[in-house]
Every structure is written in structure tokens, then in C-alpha cells.
Design a protein around this ligand. Structure first.
Ligand SMILES: [Zn+2]
Length: 270
């Protein structure tokens, strides 16, 4: 039951992220008016703006001009809902600990052990900004500083609120990937790695906690990036020198590390 509520909440937040990440790089205020059709600028009525449902009812077409509206909005909504429900199940798995439950994670359970159910709204807030960052970096190849610093702020506040006694070690861990990416930024003269990525990586180590988790996260980012890069090259979508944003890889790897670092760690024996 709560899972369904979290799913619907995820759809709604995904809808907001979709509108926000569309408007922010185009300097349109989020408060300014309702959504409109990108083709004919027809303002979309509220009953045609229900996440996912409207898209299915209207078969992906604008009610006014009947042109196909892209899959962008419903995709962001579904992914956000999926991520939110997954986090819910992991928090739930830690709350009602039982042997053999698959959906458990050391990192999530560590937070649950300290702040209980607060872990859920906390991680959902974090992932709200993470998904927005993912979308904007993928589409526009920029990571707004507001997003990186909101995540950094949330990470520090969360760790302080949860009363972890190793905050300074975590802050130190945050500097390592940032310095590493800064180094890559300079040796590739800014083409291989943007400064946006350098600022984005600061939040994650504070949440991941241990050097093992951070190693898994960083290695994972580069491995996923390499795999995607090779796939893109095979299909001729990218070549060396053509920039693929790195933020989405950092984010996918963060999601995987947060939920599965203990399993991966056992596998790698670290
Ligand atoms: Zn239209």
C-alpha cells in the first residue's frame, strides 16, 4: 500500500523534474504558467497533465494539434517512480530486518539504524536532485551549481543529523574523487572532464562513508562510462573527443553502490 503511494509520489515528482529541467536551462520560471505543447504552444489543461495517465489516454499526442509529443516526460516520470519505489523497498527491508531479504543494503541500513523512517524522505529528497542533475547533464551537458551544492548540503546535514562520528573522514573522502576529476580536467584541458563533475562528486562520499564504497562507486562510474562509450562508438553515435557527459555515469554508479556495495564488496573481496 505504501509502495503504491510512493510510486504515485514518484510520478508526481518526476513530472515536476521534467518541467523543471526543461525550463531551467531555457530560463523559464517554474512558477510561470502551466505546461504547454512544445509544437503548437497550446496550454495543456490540468486533466491532460496527469503524469503518465494523460500520455496513455492521449496516445502521446497533443489534444490540440495532434502532433506526437516526445517520450521525455513519461520516461522521466517512470524512472523517478521506479527509483523512489526501489528506495522505499530498501528502507523497508532495513526496518523489518529478516534473514534472506534480498532488498537490503549496508549503507541504507546504517542510516535506518540511526534515523529510522526519516531515511525514506531523506533519500527521496537526495534522489530528487540527483535525477534532475542526471536529466540536465544528459540533455544539456551542464550540471548547475545549485544542484551540486544542494546535494552536498543535504549530505552533510544528513550525516550530522544521523550523528555519525566520522564526518571529517567523510569530508576527506569527498575531496579525493573531486581532486582526481580536477586532475583529469587539467590533463585533458577540460574536454574529458567538466568542472561540473568535479563539484558534483563532493556529496557522494559523505553518504557512502567508507573508502571501499567510494572505490566501488568511482570504479563503477568509469566502467559504466567505458561500456556506454564503446556501445556508442559501435553504433557510430560518438567518437573520441566528442563529449559524452560523465555525470550520468557517476549517478548510475552511485545508485548501484548505495544499494549493492556490500554484495559488490564481497565479490571484489575489499
Ligand atoms: Zn500541440
Amino acid at each position: 500500500m505504501i509502495g503504491i503511494i510512493v510510486f504515485l509520489f514518484g510520478l508526481a515528482m518526476g513530472s515536476f523534474i521534467g518541467a523543471w529541467t526543461y525550463r531551467l536551462p531555457r530560463r523559464i520560471k517554474i512558477s510561470k504558467g502551466r505546461s504547454f505543447c512544445p509544437k503548437c504552444k497550446y496550454q495543456i489543461a490540468w486533466y491532460d497533465n496527469i503524469p503518465l495517465v494523460s500520455y496513455i489516454v492521449l496516445a502521446g499526442k497533443c489534444r490540440n494539434c495532434h502532433k506526437k509529443i516526445g517520450f521525455r516526460e513519461p520516461l522521466i516520470e517512470i524512472v523517478t517512480a521506479f527509483v523512489f519505489v526501489t528506495i522505499f523497498h530498501f528502507v523497508n527491508g532495513c526496518m523489518f530486518f529478516s534473514e534472506g531479504t534480498v532488498l537490503q543494503s549496508d549503507i541504507v541500513c546504517s542510516f535506518v539504524g540511526k534515523i529510522g523512517w526519516w531515511t525514506l524522505p531523506y533519500l527521496l529528497t537526495i534522489f530528487f536532485f540527483i535525477i534532475a542533475t542526471f536529466v540536465i547533464d544528459l540533455e544539456k551537458k551542464i550540471i548547475p551549481d545549485e544542484f551540486s551544492f544542494a546535494l552536498l548540503f543535504l549530505a552533510i546535514i544528513g550525516v550530522m543529523f544521523a550523528n555519525y562520528n566520522d564526518l571529517f573522514l567523510r569530508l576527506f573522502f569527498a575531496l579525493l574523487p573531486a581532486l582526481f576529476l580536477l586532475f583529469l580536467h587539467f590533463i585533458t584541458r577540460g574536454r574529458g572532464m567538466g568542472l561540473g563533475d568535479v563539484k558534483l562528486v563532493l556529496f557522494a562520499p559523505i553518504l557512502l562513508g567508507t573508502w571501499q564504497n567510494n572505490l566501488i562507486w568511482m570504479m563503477g562510474s568509469f566502467i559504466i562510462g567505458a561500456i556506454v562509450g564503446v556501445i556508442f562508438m559501435i553504433f557510430g553515435k560518438a567518437s573520441f573527443g566528442k563529449q559524452i557527459p560523465f555525470g550520468p555515469f557517476l549517478i548510475i554508479s552511485f545508485f548501484i553502490t548505495l544499494l549493492f556495495s556490500d554484495i559488490i564488496g564481497k565479490f571484489l573481496i575489499i
